[in-house]
Design a protein. Structure first.
Length: 67
């Protein structure tokens, strides 16, 4: 039986006072694997509203257990 997992990675880039770029990511694991891109974007927007952060990059990683 194959089992797949979906992870959503939300990344924001901020600049320090010295002008150095720093990346900070939030990861959400075991998201419904059948979620659509629109559902994932809506979820990311909800997280932005709750945290006050703005994400530059929204990525998904899908893994599948084969054994």
């Amino acid at each position: 039986m194959n089992h797949s997992n979906l992870t959503l990675i939300l990344t924001q880039t901020t600049l320090s006072q010295e002008g150095k770029a720093t990346k900070m990511s939030r990861r959400f694991n075991q998201i419904k694997s059948s979620a659509t891109a629109q559902e994932l974007l809506s979820f990311a927007k909800a997280i932005e509203a709750l945290t006050g952060e703005h994400y530059d990059t929204i990525e998904t990683v899908k893994t599948e257990q084969i054994g």
